[in-house]
Design a binder for this molecule. Sequence first.
Ligand code: ATP
Ligand code: LTN
Length: 335
Amino acid sequence: MAENERKKVILSGIQPTGVFTLGNYVGAIRNWDTLQEEFDCIYFIADQHAITVRKDPVKFRQQTVESYALTLACGIDPKRSIAFIQSHNPNHSQLSWILGCVTQFGELSRMTQFKDKAAKHADDINAGLFTYPVLMAADILTYNADVVPIGDDQRQHLELARNIAVRFNQRYGDMFTVPEGYYPKVGARIKSLQEPTKKMSKSDDNPNATVFILDDKDTIMRKFKRAVTDSDSEIRFAEGKDGINNLLTIYSCATGKTIEEAEREFAGKGYGEFKLAVGEAVADYLEPVRTKFAQLMDDKAYLKECWTDGAQRAFRLSNKVFTKACRKIGFVDYR
Ligand code: ATP
Ligand code: LTN
């Protein structure tokens, strides 16, 4: 790389809404880890996004700390990357206000996640739930991030962030980098083990639907044994075989084998045997994360040191962009 060429900036966030799932890990976080080699990476716990749904403060604080520890346990190196907690850097919400003024009501009304969450929490359809994608755009644009690794469900939000960046640039002159999404080829949408047409989600009410990355081996095996399949008996990836397709995808992600290799390995074998093999593979795959998490949670002082340093570095970086955006729109300079 030439000296004057900057490394690309990668940025992503995850909500501290509970223990991360196998879906979060495969669809997002394990890619965050690999990308650290090549890029300048910024990763954060999106606690401001999480309060769009009502939370118990004590539990929420604990979950935010655990989520931060989990990202480190999943391989994020707080020295190589900037790893912090969103609310520790005020520039996100400051820029969000500005971006909200170039975002249309109609655009936000079309967000499917808003419609889903509004239906699910009909007694609390707050303004934050509605403007959430603007805050997400600010998260990304305040660092001029080039690439955003996310799962498939966040595609629409990223598209909006791109539109906001383009519109701002047209109105006020070149300012923001228009970010690209980075979606894993396999595993961009891991499905629920119980309803394999739905995505695997942290907040699913059915405890057998979701594998959490801190589940012990017995729990993982039990969940896979109960996974919904189909009335056919062939282990192959095909239209209409959602349960088996999901298990093949999970097996492929956990072992590094391709879907075709997995199909060959299990040709002629029964669903029961296959489910056990997927369970074993996932338990082995997640074991190092559990061990590392336990070590990190034993050292709160270290965690605090990491997120404080992360927030300071994040603030310095984002402040350059934020200050420039303020000038562009005509706010009076005071520095
Ligand atoms: P919630 O159930 O609270 O909505 P979630 O499980 O959808 O949570 P998020 O914090 O919204 O998790 O997502 C974190 C990251 O994980 C995002 O990049 C998202 O795209 C990705 N992700 C979430 N669920 C899946 C899934 N089932 N498969 C692949 N990636 C996923
Ligand atoms: N909205 C995302 C989390 C998130 C995010 C971001 C992801 C908040 N800000 C910026 C990428 C970039 C979610 O719920 N998964």
